[in-house]
Design a protein around this ligand. Sequence first.
Ligand code: DAH
Length: 339
Amino acid sequence: MKERIKKLLDDISSLKAANKEELEALRIKYLSKKGEISLLFNDFRNVANEQKREVGQLLNQLKDAAQERINELKAAVDSSSDKQETLDLTRTPDPIELGTRHPLSIVKNEIVDIFSRIGFSIAEGPEVEDDWHVFSALNFPPEHPARDMQDTFFITRDPDVLLRTHTSSVQSRVMLSQKPPIRVLCPGRVYRNEAISYRAHCFFHQIEGLYIDKNVSFADLRQALLYFAKEMFGEDTKIRLRPSYFPFTEPSAEMDISCDLCGGKGCAFCKGTGWVEILGCGMVDPNVLESCGIDSKVYTGYAFGLGVERITNLKFKVKDLRMFSENDVRFLDQFKSAY
Ligand code: DAH
């Protein structure tokens, strides 16, 4: 009997099963009620009394070893059959997750596209600027509040190195380096020392427009902006120009478009007025032309500046400006279908 048990112990340690059927056959052979081990237990009563203790221990050992080996084989068979079941070679692959364009880029590209259709090309300038290009050349008087530390991030004082507060600084660079006719659009990031909230941030994006040639008039400005508003917000969009003040334009205006939420009737979004402000504009002040080396008796020009966040908010109804710089994919993913 002992020999038989030892032989079975040996056999069991080298058992193999390639699939569930083979495994079940092994289980029946060794562990079922009529299996080899049960038969040995039946024979146990014939073992001499003085050997019962030793043989009993061996038998229990055998039973445990068999059960353990069968469990091991079962785990191996299960995991390999799992793999077989999930490996479907005919299945089409998962689509590759494409990134999305940032909503500000989508809107900036659209604006650039609209103006390029009427002859505007792109010009860019540095974000780290000096006082002259940002303020002096643009007719800001020395005591103008925009030059204040409260609004402007200075990197050094004397000489003044600062982060540009508007893309109008690119106007002065373009006028210095190009001769009229000039027709440029200057997109870029700008910085202001503002407390961050849902409606203000310390950096945002603007697009500056500048057109200088002989006989450029306010009517040309108005027509270009009307064309832009209709292309951007739809054929039925109306514009209105309100007198305003900027140091670098004379006369200056702010432009409103009819509220596309209520169609101009007045709603909470337009605060009941039917109009929403979208940009500043005007005729380039002769002082600006002169300080940038352009003869103001021969040339005139118009300029405008718009906030990309503002237009994006209008187009996509984003209520909180901070969303644009938080990089939350749940927000950014929503613009997948926009372009
Ligand atoms: N630079 C102005 C700002 O930051 C925007 C602006 C207004 C630009 C009128 C212009 C303009 O070119 O003519 O608010």
